[in-house]
Design a binder for this molecule. Structure first.
Ligand code: SAM
Length: 241
């Protein structure tokens, strides 16, 4: 599989960007893909970001770590972190930037056992990858084996019932598989290459709470900054449903 994101992050890391990376939605709407976002230091993040990522506890599995932004911040605060991403290029950049423990791997097939980590962090919306809510439920069922009872999933999402980015409002009105859920499909384009289509859901906290309850998780807390983006803190129950 091509690793276009990995190539982009590697080029940015070496200060050798080959043109402007773009996200193209499946209706041909385009926007610049902000490579620099992957490299922001903790003090450059919006307050909401620090508040959300700050909800992790103990040993953290950073699932979909990108260039290691959140792993580095957590390492500095004394957390034991394993950074995992399916992009070999991203993982190489994260290691080069100082993330101590990295691995190439899929967040839906994490090769770990429930006593290794206290929190799975999904920063960057990959928690809600998929075309239907069922994908999020299945992901939560799989994550159940990754942390012990009381362990956490900390993830950021967009709430489609809140303020919607004007770039996406009309599109989202047409892509609403159910109340409180919208879907969009986009791909990365960079340096004459195209990445695979990515399907991403926006899910309201009320809908997420129901999905969590059905899969053995409790939506313990949400953190938001007044806009659509919010962080969900999910706690693993003792018994799976
Ligand atoms: C928006 S980026 C966020 C990167 C990083 N967490 C951050 O906040 O800077 C999403 C990341 O998830 C990774 N990703 C997407 N699907 C994945 C999967 N199935 N397994 C592992 N990583 C995945 C991508 O390669 C990408 O690095």
């Amino acid at each position: 599989m091509s690793d276009l994101l990995g190539r982009l992050l590697g080029d940015y890391h070496r200060d050798a960007l080959a043109g402007t990376p773009v996200h193209r939605r499946d209706d041909d709407h385009t926007s610049r893909a902000p490579a620099e976002w992957y490299f922001l230091a903790g003090e450059e993040w919006p307050d909401l970001e620090r508040a959300g990522v700050g909800k992790v506890r103990g040993a953290v599995l950073d699932a979909g770590c990108g260039a290691g932004r959140t792993s580095l911040w957590l390492q500095e605060r004394g957390h034991r972190v394993l950074a995992v991403d399916r992009s070999p290029g991203a993982v190489a950049v994260a290691a080069d930037r100082g993330v101590d423990r990295v691995a190439v791997g899929d967040l839906d097939r994490l090769p770990v056992t429930a006593d290794e980590f206290d929190t799975v962090l999904l920063a960057g919306k990959q928690f809600a990858l998929g075309t239907e809510l069922r994908a999020v439920a299945e992901r939560l069922r799989r994550l159940w084996t990754v942390v012990p009872p009381g362990g956490r999933v900390v993830a950021d999402l967009d709430d489609p019932t809140r303020v919607v980015d004007p770039d996406h409002a009309a599109y989202q009105a047409d892509h609403r598989p159910e109340e409180g859920v919208t879907h969009r499909r986009f791909r990365l384009e960079y340096d004459g290459d195209v990445g695979p289509w990515t399907d991403l859901l926006s899910v309201s906290p009320a809908v997420l709470e129901g999905v969590a309850a059905d899969t053995g998780w409790l939506l313990d807390e949400t953190v938001d900054g007044g806009g659509a983006r919010y962080w969900a803190v999910l706690e693993r129950a003792r018994h799976q449903r």
